[in-house]
Design a binder for this molecule. Structure first.
Ligand code: IPD
Ligand code: CA
Ligand code: CA
Ligand code: CA
Length: 255
């Protein structure tokens, strides 16, 4: 099935949401904490989700939306069309830095990604995919991921994960360098565009990874849990996303 219409609509909502965010940044906005003092949410996150809830209900009444700021509570299966949305991925960056955050959207049909959109709002970088039709960065086709040697690779994870699994020290030593950007969606988009070669996390939700997986899949990338199991997009989990060659090489070190 051709998803061109769905993609155009989704792109227009993301564009509108980005304009809303930029406008909201001119004023002060409310900031709250959720699970702990470092788990931030703002009025802007909530309002962006509301924008998508209204648009999808109006234009695609038989589609469902799973967003981080509340709408996920209604979703416990992926049958039909489900929009998996992170209204702002990288809220800590948004609040502290005013940059390096993204709107991340994966539209799934019966559990499989059909559209992926990750927008780096302040840098105006659009990572967009359509199932079977490849992925693009700002309209330019992204190539299939090439083979890379680990000693020439950039690997990204929060430094805290090295404390959790000391085997990652080996990866830190072997890789050319490590990075940490504070937005899972952008880190997956960076893997998809070959800027980095792997991204690992010990704790992510479906909305952190859905858009990223939609884009990464189209360039031949791999994404599983850290333990190597299939992602379900229905629960919090670990993540190991990489180019196929780096996925194999890192796995060999984790054995
Ligand atoms: C967070 C970011 C961050 C990752 C966290 C996520 P949020 O998403 O993706 O990089 O390390 O685990 O929760 O809360 O800013 O949407
Ligand atoms: Ca959050
Ligand atoms: Ca997120
Ligand atoms: Ca978020």
């Amino acid at each position: 099935m051709d998803h061109a219409h769905l993609k155009q609509k989704a792109l227009s909502y993301v564009e509108e949401a980005a304009a809303f965010i930029k406008d909201a940044m001119k004023n002060t906005y409310g900031i709250d904490t959720k699970a702990n003092k470092d788990d931030l949410v703002t009025d802007v996150d909530r309002n962006v989700e509301k924008l998508f809830i209204d648009k999808v209900a109006k234009d695609f009444p038989d589609h469902r939306l799973m967003g981080e700021e509340g709408s996920y509570k209604d979703i416990d299966d992926l049958s039909g069309y489900v929009w998996i949305l992170d209204p702002i991925d990288g809220t800590v960056n948004f609040v502290h830095m005013g940059t390096y955050f993204a709107i991340s959207l994966g539209i799934f049909k019966d559990g499989e990604p059909v559209i992926g959109i990750i927008l780096d709002v302040m840098n105006d970088e659009w990572f967009v995919s359509e199932a079977g039709k490849g992925a693009e960065l700002n309209g330019k086709r992204l190539p299939q991921l090439p083979d890379v040697a680990l000693d020439e690779a950039l690997v990204s994870f929060n430094t805290g994960w090295v404390l959790k699994d000391t085997r990652l020290q080996e990866i830190v030593k072997k890789a050319r360098g490590t990075r940490s950007y504070g937005s899972a969606a952008l880190e997956m988009a960076y893997v998809a565009s070959g800027r980095i070669d792997a991204y690992i996390s010990m704790n992510l939700a479906p909305w952190d990874v859905a858009g990223g997986w939609a884009v990464l899949k189209e360039v031949g990338g791999v994404a599983t849990t850290y333990e190597g199991n299939e992602l379900t997009f229905l629960q919090k989990d670990t993540l190991f996303a990489a180019s196929p060659s780096i996925y194999k090489q890192i796995n060999a070190h984790l054995k």
